[in-house]
Design a protein around this ligand. Structure first.
Ligand SMILES: Nc1ncnc2c1ncn2[C@@H]1O[C@H](COP(=O)(O)OP(=O)(O)OP(=O)(O)O)[C@@H](O)[C@H]1O
Ligand SMILES: [Mg+2]
Length: 261
């Protein structure tokens, strides 16, 4: 492969909560421009992995590096500014703000406008705000909810709220976008639209890390897959390799197929 560059390196990460080892010496890398799937049964450690990467939790041992920079003990907002954004397994939106406002709150992390600018609404602030509004509208267009910009976030359907979460995460200007079960609660048609959206996001130049239980979606959209079980990495490979991996089938796919019936 040409031009492969590791954007995020999870290096031998262990995290313990009391007696429970939620991640056990986990290592993997995400290359720039790829869509990496992170899968595994409930409680495998997938969300914990996001939490370690984004500074919500500190690893007990091991290290995460982003673009070569160690993230150890770095504050969340700094990690956001470095270029990692995420959505949450349980939707977290400002329900009493409009859709556009929710996206603009995301964009603010990168705005160069200081507190005083904002207070006195200087020309620079208005210029930046204008640019942020334009970008926010673009992002709504990318996720397919352009027409809903002035609605309260709470008025959106569940699927559209999930799409708004993605737009808001993108508004921070990340290099790496981490999606935690973005298709949860979606019907098959919505899942197809989401796959198209994830591809579109990647084509916009983002690198994507996707946690998802729906195998058809994961297999259909990812370039590579990492599999966790009980906090350990049990497999890593191309979608076709993962699909045929006996350890993965035993840990996950078998269970999933029973659930789906
Ligand atoms: N803050 C915490 N304190 C104690 N235990 C935790 C904490 N966060 C996660 N865990 C535990 O770590 C393990 C991994 O949880 P995690 O949420 O990462 O799983 P997951 O793979 O995202 O599962 P799911 O598919 O259900 O979302 C679970 O046993 C969970 O109970
Ligand atoms: Mg989870």
């Amino acid at each position: 492969m040409t031009g492969t560059k590791a954007l995020l390196e999870v290096d031998d990460v262990t995290i313990k909560f009391g007696g429970l080892t939620a991640l056990d010496q986990v290592s993997f890398t995400i290359n720039e421009g790829e869509i990496l799937g992170l899968i595994g049964p409930n409680g495998a450690g997938k969300t914990t992995c996001f939490n370690v990467m984004t500074g919500v939790y500190q690893a007990t041992s091991g290290q995460v590096r982003f673009d070569g920079t160690p993230l150890t003990r770095m504050k969340r907002h700094k990690i956001t500014r470095l270029g990692i954004a995420r959505t949450f397994q349980n939707i977290r939106l400002f329900k009493s703000m409009t859709v556009l406002e929710n996206v603009m709150v995301g964009a603010d992390t990168h705005s160069k406008v200081g507190f005083f600018d904002a207070l006195f609404r200087t020309p620079r602030h208005r210029r930046t705000e204008g640019a942020a509004l334009e970008r926010a509208k673009e992002l709504l267009d990318i996720v397919g909810i352009t027409a809903r910009g002035d609605e309260l976030a709470s008025n959106l359907s569940y699927g559209d709220q999930r799409r708004l979460e993605i737009a808001r995460a993108m508004a921070t200007g990340p290099k790496l976008l981490c999606l935690d079960e973005p298709a949860a609660g979606f019907n098959p048609a919505e899942k197809v639209r989401l796959m198209e959206l994830i591809r579109r996001v990647r084509d916009e130049g983002y690198t994507v890390l996707l946690i998802e239980h729906d195998m058809r979606l994961v297999m259909g959209v990812t370039d590579r897959i990492v599999v966790l079980e009980f906090g350990r990495k049990i497999a890593e490979g191309l979608p076709a390799e993962i699909r045929d991996n006996p350890a993965v089938i035993a840990a996950y796919l078998g269970v999933d197929e029973e659930d789906a019936s």
